[in-house]
Design a protein around this ligand. Structure first.
Ligand code: HEM
Length: 423
């Protein structure tokens, strides 16, 4: 599917060649590069030359530096290029040509995750203004209800389930329904289309159809919120922005929330559960001291990272990081999974240790684009793991750990399914 193509372009062949053998450690290709310095040259799958950042301090430097852009519309992102474009870019760089941004005066879309300040700043502020303490508190009790309902449904249906469709996918999907104010009657269709749009087994055609339906659905939802504002984030965005946002911007904002908030959280829930089941002494520590949960969530975020390879930026001018010169126009891959195992920052970084002293990790990124939904993601994980392990005290894997299918083929890592039993 298109995701595999995107991943193949992004991932240098040597990084993709060997699939993960340990479901929790960074891809073997990334691990192989350990000890080669915090900033390394990298050849992408499409032949483009890029740079790989594996050091924690260097990653924060890049992510805080406005000379590195997130704007893939203005600047050419090598991970999105066809091989011939990658070759053209390389020869332009060799000739020392400066990067010329595409001549766009102002962006009219709402894909703020791919924007730079000041365009990014306005949209980001509008959104953060909607993530109020009161709204987060209300969502917290809804997350609990949603988690409990799904566990009870699993129990009512027998003593075995696939935790991915039964628990990990619906929780963040329903939370986004709450945020956007999707009617209860329409939630099944919304969830179904989201699942197909993100599925690795659906055909390109099925995915495109589901994506089209989601788009149309969100457009209708915005029209409904314009007519009848309710107490949800989308209504807030529709009515609070001055000057008002266009429909195109609002649709993009909703799609960014869905795109950034669903698959990530779902895979943290499933892979995090898998990691705890596979480390029984750690799970026992959490069961013995439920107060450990906040620390456990942070350690799971660090240990698993969830992003397959990393987040990317484009150098708008030549910049030296960690003693290495990154030329103008170069694409930089911030290797989040490796960075979260940086031994200069964590002792014994490859060990899952819920009692580890808390040190900031990079799982939510850094700088102006740092995850906007992190507070909500933490709520979903804290409640998601707690309810699961409390209500299913005998929870364990229903297949050998080696047989759990891993998302080696996806931009967001995790498991395709997680068969569990609680008999
Ligand atoms: C951005 C990770 C959950 C909304 C990001 C970024 C990372 C990240 C690494 C930075 C991307 C970059 O710098 O290019 C995660 C992880 C999650 C999670 C690991 C789950 C465990 C969520 C949730 C939401 C959300 C639940 C909202 C409902 C966003 C948004 C951005 C973002 C809107 C873009 C922010 C911006 O560009 O200013 N996330 N995220 N995320 N995340 Fe999350």
């Amino acid at each position: 599917g298109s995701e595999t193509v995107a991943l193949r372009q992004l991932m240098p062949p040597e990084l993709l060649e060997r699939s993960r053998t340990c479901p929790f450690d960074p891809a073997p290709g990334l691990e192989q590069r350990r000890g080669q310095g915090p900033v390394q040259p990298l050849e992408l799958g499409n032949g483009a030359r890029a740079w790989l950042v594996t050091g924690f301090a260097e990653a924060r430097e890049v992510l805080a530096d406005p000379r590195f852009s997130s704007d893939r519309i203005r600047y050419r992102d090598a991970t999105q290029m066809q091989p011939h474009e990658a070759a053209e870019l390389a020869s332009a760089a060799e000739r020392g040509e400066p990067v010329r941004p595409a001549p766009i005066e102002s962006r009219t879309d709402g894909m703020f995750i791919f924007m730079d300040p000041p365009e990014h700043t306005r949209l980001r502020r509008l959104l953060t203004g909607q993530f109020t303490v009161r709204r987060m508190k209300a969502l917290e009790s809804r997350v609990t209800e949603i988690a409990v309902e799904h566990i009870e449904a699993m129990k009512a249906a027998g003593t075995e389930a696939d935790l991915v469709p039964a628990y990990a996918l619906p929780i963040p999907s329903l939370v986004i329904c709450e945020l956007l104010g999707v009617d209860y009657a329409q939630r099944d269709a919304f969830q179904e289309n989201t699942a197909v749009a993100l599925s690795s087994t659906a055909t390109d055609e099925q995915r495109a159809r589901a994506g089209g339906e989601l788009y149309a659905f969100i457009a209708q939802l915005i029209a409904a919120k314009r007519a009848n504002p309710a107490d949800d984030l989308l209504s807030g965005l529709v009515h609070d922005a001055d000057p008002p946002l266009t429909d195109a911007q609002l649709i993009d904002l909703a799609l960014v929330l869905l795109g950034a908030g669903h698959e990530t959280t779902a895979n943290m829930l499933a892979l995090g559960t898998f990691a705890l089941l596979d480390n029984p002494e750690q799970l026992a520590a959490l069961r013995a001291d439920p107060g450990l949960i906040d620390q456990a969530v942070e350690e799971l975020l660090r240990y698993l990272s969830i992003i397959q390879l990393g987040v990317t930026r484009i150098a708008t001018e030549s910049v030296t990081v960690g003693g290495v010169r990154i030329p103008a126009g170069a694409t930089v891959v911030i290797a989040v999974p490796e960075i979260n195992r940086d031994s200069r920052r964590w002792s014994d970084p490859d060990r899952l240790d819920l009692r580890r002293e808390r040190t900031a990790h990079l799982a939510f990124g850094h700088g102006v684009h740092q995850c906007l939904g992190q507070q909500l993601a933490r709520i979903e994980m804290r409640i998601g793991y707690t309810e699961l392990f409390t209500r299913l005290p005998n929870l364990r894997l229903a297949t050998p750990a080696e047989e759990v299918p891993l998302r080696n083929d996806m931009l967001i890592f995790g498991v395709h399914s997680l068969p569990v039993t609680w008999a």
